[in-house]
Write a protein that binds this ligand. Structure first.
Ligand code: SF4
Length: 192
């Protein structure tokens, strides 16, 4: 994985504090098993703010996570991406087009665990705001929906596929994300 850039740090992160908050108190004593967690990070209709948070966390924990993570797919971070079997797929954003729905169904088939990242993926909002426009405004946006081949209504992720874990928040709740990632490291025997 080639990280060619670094974002400024918005959040000072203390992993021991988060582990205590999330109940993963034994994690500091866990040792790498030599395996890597195969992950994918995918963004659909959204502002990608959780992607920025993820990048900041990678900046902070790169040395720690490098031996543990096999980033198979993350277009925002690397140029070489592979869409194949993953342990965990992190999916951000609402689904605005049939193409999005088709892609998440493909991801669902390839991933053992699917994690919805951020409010747009978890509940559809705020990306799906046009779903609740009044009839006059709905009429107005029809040419745009047609032009961009959008669905009549944007969907939350669970309306298209089965979601295993929700990480809510706008952007995502950092402690919940770390709890999920640390849980997956144990679940897939990456640390023991
Ligand atoms: S949940 Fe918020 S931060 Fe995340 S993509 Fe949607 S609008 Fe952006």
């Amino acid at each position: 994985m080639d990280l060619g850039f670094f974002f400024s740090r918005r959040v000072k992160f203390d992993i021991l504090t988060v582990m205590k908050q999330t109940g993963i108190e034994h994690a500091p004593t866990l040792k790498p098993t030599g395996k890597k967690l195969r992950i994918g990070w995918f963004s659909f209709s959204c502002c990608e703010d959780s992607t920025i948070m993820f990048t900041e966390l990678l900046n902070d924990h790169w040395q720690e996570w490098k031996p543990l993570l096999d980033v198979r797919h993350a277009r925002v971070l690397q140029t070489k991406n592979t869409l194949d079997e993953m342990d965990v797929a992190f999916i951000e954003g609402a689904l605005a087009a049939q193409e999005h729905v088709d892609t998440v169904k493909q991801i669902r088939e390839l991933a053992t665990v699917v994690v919805a990242i951020g409010a747009c993926a978890v509940i559809g909002m705020p990306s799906a705001q046009h779903n609740i426009f009044d009839p006059a405004r709905q009429e107005e946006i029809q040419p745009l929906l047609k032009k961009f081949n959008y669905l009549p209504k944007a969907l939350k992720l669970s309306e298209a596929i089965t979601v295993d874990v929700n990480v809510p928040g706008c952007p995502m709740n950092e402690a919940k994300f770390l709890e999920t990632l640390n849980g997956a490291l144990k679940q897939f025997n990456i640390v023991a």
